[in-house]
Write a protein that binds this ligand. Structure first.
Ligand code: SAH
Length: 332
């Protein structure tokens, strides 16, 4: 979907046409310009031929129906994946990609193995939300929240990500509250700083995954240029400026980063910070094994005993390879 092209096409039209079109595309979630009868026929035909509303896709649904993964075909023939998570309490979260592939090469993540093919445009990011908004509408439901935890590093595509976020957030777009939009980063300092200056109260999640640089460097090549100590200084500045709680994501990998001492070490780093640690069980990508439930519970206990709050992430969609770190498209 090329929303910017729609705007170009409407440039010569009266202003209210754009309002009508936004209402049709984002409000009514129409999939066919011919149904937008408030527009003159000639304009509808022009839109139909130059900005078609269809989103080429292939959908897989997990056995428990909680996760829907969509493979979307982009206009240059590349593919991305996007995931819908349906929570027990009825909330629907869309996990969006910000790139085709990813340059970060984290050892535990399937997307990293693809390398970076290209960054997504704002339109391509918005289309992922639109795709699931349409699907949910058929069941009288809506997208409640969006997380940038799909393929790619959002802070290496900052401008397009923020452009897309503004459409998600705006009342003329999807009207999703800023507090329901989360950006997850491997810790790009520049992006964290820029985010703290935005006038939007988005959630920030940091993929930490280790309690010291030695282990982090083994898992995440980005750690070589970005030491944990320096990262935490940047986070402190972010918290001081925004007064918002930061989430640290911590993948639990058997025998690599899940020892008791590491929980103590992590607690030492995060004590007294306005933050929460989200412990995530490693989803298999062929490189490691996951920590046991007992291990994760023990790790969580140690953090809490030391005054650091912690949660465990519920896993979605492993049977369709739609879980964190499993997104990769062999199609590209
Ligand atoms: N590049 C961004 C966003 C994409 S990853 C980032 O690094 O945060 C989204 C989350 O999924 C991150 O916390 C990432 O570390 C986690 N993840 C990656 N591979 C995983 C795996 N195999 N199992 C579970 N979580 C994984």
């Amino acid at each position: 979907m090329e929303f910017s092209k729609i705007q170009e096409l409407l440039a010569g039209e009266p202003k209210y046409r754009l309002t009508q079109v936004n209402q049709a595309v984002f409000g009514e979630l129409t999939e066919d310009w011919n149904t937008v009868t408030g527009l003159p026929k000639a304009l509808r035909e022009k839109l139909q031929s130059e900005c078609p509303l269809d989103i080429p896709s292939e959908v897989s649904v997990s056995l428990d129906k909680d996760t829907v993964k969509a493979l979307l075909k982009l206009s240059d023939g590349k593919y991305i994946e996007t995931v819908l998570m349906r929570h027990e309490d009825g909330r629907n979260t869309v996990c969006v990609s910000s790139m085709v592939g990813c340059p970060m090469k984290c050892a535990f993540c399937a997307t990293g193995e693809m390398g970076l093919m290209r960054k997504l445009t704002a339109d391509e990011i918005i289309t992922q939300v639109l795709f699931f908004a349409r699907l949910l509408k058929k069941e009288n439901e809506r997208v409640g929240s969006v997380v940038f935890m799909g393929m790619g590093e959002p802070f290496l595509n900052y401008d397009n990500v923020m452009k897309a976020v503004r459409v998600m957030n705006s009342p003329e777009g999807f009207g999703i509250g800023a507090r329901h939009i989360s950006i997850s980063t491997c810790g790009i300092f520049d992006g964290i700083k820029k985010l703290s200056e935005e006038d939007l109260a988005l959630n920030l999640a940091i993929s930490l995954h280790a309690s010291n640089d030695e282990v982090r460097e083994k898992l995440m090549p980005v750690a070589h240029g970005y030491a944990i100590k320096e990262l935490l200084v940047v986070i402190d500045e972010y918290i001081a400026k925004t007064k918002r709680k930061v989430m640290f994501e911590y993948l639990m990998i058997n025998g690599v980063n899940d020892a008791d001492e590491m929980a103590e070490e992590l607690a030492g780093l995060l004590k007294k910070k306005l933050c929460v640690v989200n412990l995530i069980q490693y989803n298999d990508t062929g490189s490691f094994t996951a920590s046991s439930h007992n291990r994760i519970n023990r790790f969580k206990e140690i953090l809490e005993k030391n005054g650091v709050s912690a949660t465990m992430r519920y896993r979605f969609g492993r049977d369709i390879k739609g879980a964190c770190g499993q997104l990769a498209t062999g199609r590209n």
